[in-house]
Write a protein that binds this ligand. Structure first.
Ligand code: ATR
Length: 275
């Protein structure tokens, strides 16, 4: 019988996940189909009951449901519980189990371009949901020092304080981070500054960037944000958000099927969709 998968969110029309996963099902000759489902927040409970009733094999969860889905599931993986957000659900013999592959996907993508990531001194810019997923996954993976800078310091403090994995963190204002930038081996930009309607803007200046640093931005559209542009001009290696997007999908696909797909092929598919 054909297996059914979905991504639930609102809005959802522009999600690239259906094309990504449907291509993977075809390539792996699996009789499965993946649909985008627009679910309004007030309908989430009923929608999850409906997905259970039709025996959905698995689904992705995106904005605005990543936190609200949690009490509706039967089990939550410890990392997703710590992060406080679920982006992937697996139907394990009738039990809906929630995972978070955003941070682990980020790490898998980072490893492609940065060796020994867990020995690097890191700076995360931003303290929202994306920063949280990445910070907790990096801490769980053994990174010892991850500083955070954010416009609102209280949010950075809360993020660091609630992390259950041992990691050393200094919390910085944007201005402090600009001054101390030379200390960092790896800088991770997680704010929405750089994508529409903030194209061409930067959350901070890279004037004091270390020549050996690596700069990553989780935005992939546009493919080169102003931060990455400046980092490249300063001669350092950079990575945009395509790797994170592809690997969060690849790790979800692996949880559903046991198959870890070819990430290079997935990147081509996403780039084609972006046009
Ligand atoms: P996401 O889930 O994508 O991380 P989010 O939880 O809304 O989104 O977090 C957005 C991040 O971008 C936060 O770090 C936010 O800073 P604040 O915590 O101070 O709000 C940051 N951000 C968004 N707009 C910003 C702006 N105009 N200037 C500086 N930081 C901004």
């Amino acid at each position: 019988m054909q297996q059914f998968f979905a991504v639930i969110g609102d809005p959802i029309a522009h999600s690239m996940s259906p094309a990504m996963h449907n291509e993977l099902f075809q390539l792996n000759e699996l009789d499965a189909y993946y649909l985008p489902l627009r679910i309004k927040s007030e309908d989430l409970r009923v929608a999850v009951a409906g997905l259970r009733a039709i025996g959905i094999a698995g689904f992705n969860v995106t904005v605005p449901h990543k936190e609200a889905i949690m009490p509706l599931l039967d089990e939550i993986d410890p990392l997703a519980k710590a992060i406080g957000a679920v982006n992937t659900v697996v139907n394990q013999a009738g039990k809906l189990v929630g995972y978070n592959t955003d941070g682990t996907g980020y790490i898998a993508g980072l490893k492609e371009d940065l060796q020994d990531f867990n020995q690097k001194k890191m700076l995360i810019i931003g303290a929202g949901g994306a920063a949280r997923g990445i910070y907790y996954a990096l801490a769980e993976a053994g990174v010892e020092e991850i500083d955070i800078c954010n416009r609102t310091l209280d949010k950075a403090r809360k993020l660091a304080m609630e992390c259950p994995y041992p990691v050393k963190s200094t919390l910085l204002t944007i201005q402090e981070a600009e001054q101390l930038l030379a200390q960092y081996d790896c800088i991770i930009q997680t704010t929405s500054i750089g994508m529409s309607p903030h194209i061409g803007e930067k959350p901070l200046s890279l004037k004091k960037l270390n020549q050996h640093a690596f700069v990553s931005d989780i935005i992939y559209n546009p493919h080169e944000t102003a931060v990455l542009h400046e980092a490249k001009q300063r001669g350092v290696n950079v990575q945009n958000g395509l790797n994170m997007f592809v690997y969060q999908g690849a790790l979800a696909f692996e949880k559903w099927t046991g198959i870890l797909p070819d990430s290079e092929r997935m990147k081509k598919n996403v780039l084609q969709q972006l046009g």
